[in-house]
Design a protein around this ligand. Structure first.
Ligand code: ADP
Ligand code: MG
Length: 446
């Protein structure tokens, strides 16, 4: 592994060990400059930050580094002079204000990976998903504003950006603006202090779709709320779409002006619940698929049983993958158990559904007969339900491939394997398949 990749892996690991704020403001700002002869040189372009990192996180970084290299290192921290900035000695947490974006680049802030297709639907988010797809189909003509709220990592940003991606794909000429409540605030402050409020207003008011993430940030900031109120009205009156997210419902946002609150409430407000084990497993499988990793379902389940925070799932996945590459090991549960090490607490819930029960539910769900699935007919209407059945027998009642083959009238285990792989792949790309699996599972556990 080269130094840059090694550092990326270590950063992913550290992200799991410190709080998000510490990671974002301190740890993620570092680079591994060199690594040789027992010495690791770590730099960052802010001297105050590097001091703080050295004082507080040296031990943790050292331990994590040695964990990957299996060698001891003396850590040297130093600030790298940044050629492009004269302000390296400035205050610790100066906010770098984003440069105003030219209108045709507004949509650049939208991450192309956050699509509806890459979004797993479950009972905790299906209302939000349905509303978001509806808004994406008819921006400005359906729920306005759409207000989504929920805790950390429930997929608010993902869904919001999926609306952006979908609209952008269908109608590229539309002006879409995504920003966070914090960025909105910073830009107003900047505009006021540099007397450039006209371009600011133009930028925010003349859009077809405004996606504003984490609006709770403007609570208590009255002049910001005032500006937001006018922005909101300008967009709303010309029937353009607004989508807002928050970590809590409008009525719980403290110090939110009443007139804003009632504006928010005149659209549709939906909450997104915390993802359960099944949904987290689906999310990991989607992420793995996107990155081209061959992650077995059992491994995905083991990770999801142990990592509740969806934001950390991706970090764990990166770590697991890079470890498997370095050591040339498969992405199996052994590897994951080793990596999660002391933090490994739980095994995935063990399913107790019997094969008979699963068979009955699948047959029922697709309105077929048992002999259709156990039989040999290869008609299209039987093949897909049969593959779903293989998949569920494997994942829900955990019988092995050979026994599944036997149970279903003496099929070869490679046929079963092929079917399971097919469904596993479709699960991360095809909404219909996810719906079917979810629908069937709900009946199995009912
Ligand atoms: P929030 O904005 O609510 O804090 P995010 O949208 O940032 O959460 O989601 C955190 C991570 O989890 C992202 O990587 C996102 O893609 C992923 N994620 C969350 N929910 C889902 C889901 N239902 N399907 C796929 N990925 C999801
Ligand atoms: Mg978010």
């Amino acid at each position: 592994m080269d130094v840059a990749t090694l550092w990326q892996t270590i950063l992913a690991d550290l992200q799991l060990q410190v709080s998000e704020v510490v990671y974002r403001t301190l740890i993620s700002q570092t680079n591994l400059e060199s690594l040789n002869e027992g010495q690791a040189v770590i730099n960052c372009n802010n001297p105050l930050l590097i001091n703080m990192i050295e004082k507080k996180y040296q031990g943790l970084i050292k331990k994590t580094l040695e964990n990957y290299t299996h060698q001891e290192f003396n850590l040297v921290f130093h600030a790298q002079k940044n050629k492009h900035s004269n302000h390296i000695d400035g205050p610790l947490f100066t906010l770098k204000l984003p440069d105003p974006l030219p209108v045709n680049q507004l949509s650049n802030r939208i991450n192309p990976d956050y699509t509806f297709n890459n979004f797993a639907v479950s009972s905790s988010n299906q209302m939000a998903y349905a509303a978001a797809t509806h808004v994406a189909k008819n921006p400005g003509n359906s729920y306005n504003p759409l207000f989504l709220y929920g805790g950390v990592g429930v997929g608010k940003t993902h869904l919001t950006q999926a609306i952006g991606n979908s609209v952008l794909n269908k109608t590229p000429r539309l002006k879409i603006l995504y920003c966070t409540g914090e960025e909105f605030t910073n830009e107003i402050i900047e505009a006021i202090s540099t007397k450039t409020t006209t371009p600011f207003k133009k930028k925010y008011r003349l859009v077809d779709l405004l996606l504003i993430d984490d609006i709770q940030f403007i609570a208590g900031k009255y002049s910001i709320q005032e500006e937001f109120f006018h922005t909101f009205n300008a967009i709303y009156q010309v029937k353009k779409q607004i989508v807002i997210t928050s970590d809590r419902p409008p009525e719980d946002i403290n110090k939110l002006e009443e007139r804003l609150r009632s504006r928010f409430e005149c659209g549709l407000t939906i909450d997104i619940g915390d993802p359960d084990f099944e949904l987290r497993t689906a999310i990991i499988l989607i992420k793995a698929k996107q990155k081209g990793y061959l992650l077995p379902i059992e491994s995905a389940k083991l990770i999801s049983a142990n990592i509740e925070n969806t934001r950390k799932l991706e970090g764990v996945l990166t770590r697991v993958y890079s470890e498997s590459q370095t050591k040339n090991l498969p992405l199996d549960t052994e590897l994951i158990k080793n990596i999660l090490g002391k933090t490994l607490k739980k095994n995935p819930p063990v399913k107790i559904a019997s094969p008979e029960e699963i068979l009955t539910v699948v047959v029922d769900y697709f309105h077929l007969k048992i002999k259709d699935l156990k039989g040999i007919k290869r008609d299209k209407i039987f093949v897909y339900p049969r593959q779903i059945l293989y998949y569920l027998l494997r994942t829900e009642s955990a019988i092995n491939l050979v026994d599944i083959g036997e149970y279903l009238g003496g099929r070869d285990h490679t046929t079963v394997l092929h079917g399971i792989r097919k469904i596993t792949n479709l699960l991360s790309t095809d909404e219909k398949v996810r719906e079917d699996i979810l629908g069937i599972k709900n009946r199995v556990s009912a």
